[in-house]
Design a protein around this ligand. Structure first.
Ligand code: ADP
Ligand code: 5GP
Length: 212
């Protein structure tokens, strides 16, 4: 685990409530393992809310509306940009992705921690308004491993994989903007590392696990 000092920026930070409900933000290049790790985390902490993002990209095989994403039309998404619906939004790989501001504010107000799986642009935007957010970047062991994992997932065409790998290189350069970086090599180790980070914030009095 690599802890780094986060440098939140921006003015007018929103207050979190007295129970210190927090946002945990996970980012990774496509295929880096954030879905797998997020699922493991939510299994371990079933009281953490998951912020289901909205996207204009078509669903992949097996993805469910309202569970993996809210799949939405470009026109509707753009209307919601104008009405200030999004806590953050970004264009990623040619599609829109966004986080509902209402969901985040209601969740925090009710004292619930929330997990967000968003990209680097979105993370920086969220940090402007929620500077206490705990940010975690998941790195693949190498670009070659990332390519293999994307191919093995069998959800993307060759062209899409190529595009995602190009974006991955740009995203990985920005890992130092995050408070923690986990190199996702052995999955069980990555899951334990992630859980240990979250526990550090949720149970500050619990002795920290010794991680290699
Ligand atoms: P993301 O959500 O970041 O796009 P996924 O969680 O879908 O990535 O992971 C991409 C693929 O890699 C999936 O098929 C997943 O099962 C696999 N995977 C994730 N982490 C590991 C790991 N540590 N070792 C081997 N395979 C992994
Ligand atoms: P995918 O299409 O592979 O599910 O996601 C592509 C990228 O979009 C990933 O980097 C993912 O983290 C990011 N993403 C998913 N939801 C959001 C969101 O609500 N906001 C932003 N900014 N990025 C998102």
């Amino acid at each position: 685990m690599n802890e780094q000092e986060s440098k939140p920026s921006g003015s007018n930070p929103k207050e979190t409530n007295s129970k210190q409900a927090r946002l945990f933000i996970i980012s990774a290049p496509s295929g880096g393992g954030k879905t797998t790790l997020s699922k493991a985390l939510l299994n371990r902490f079933n009281d953490i809310l998951y912020s289901v993002s909205y996207t204009t990209r078509p669903p992949r095989k097996g993805e469910r509306n309202g569970v993996d994403y809210y799949f939405t039309q470009k026109k509707d998404f753009e209307k919601k940009i104008e009405s200030g619906h999004w806590a953050e939004w970004a264009e990623v790989h040619g599609n829109y992705y966004g986080t509902s501001a209402g969901f985040i504010d209601r969740g925090l107000a009710s004292g619930r921690d929330i997990l967000l799986d968003i990209d680097v642009q979105g993370t920086l935007k969220i940090l402007e308004n929620y500077p206490d957010s705990v940010t975690i970047f998941i790195m693949p062991p190498s670009l070659e491993t990332l390519r293999k994992r994307l191919e093995m997932r069998r959800t993307e065409s060759r062209g899409t994989i190529k595009r995602r790998l190009l974006t991955a290189e740009k995203e990985m350069v920005q890992k130092d903007l995050y408070r923690y970086v986990i190199v996702n090599d052995q999955l069980p180790v990555s899951i334990e590392t992630l859980i240990a980070i979250i526990e550090k914030y949720r149970y500050p009095n619990k002795p920290e696990k010794c991680l290699k």
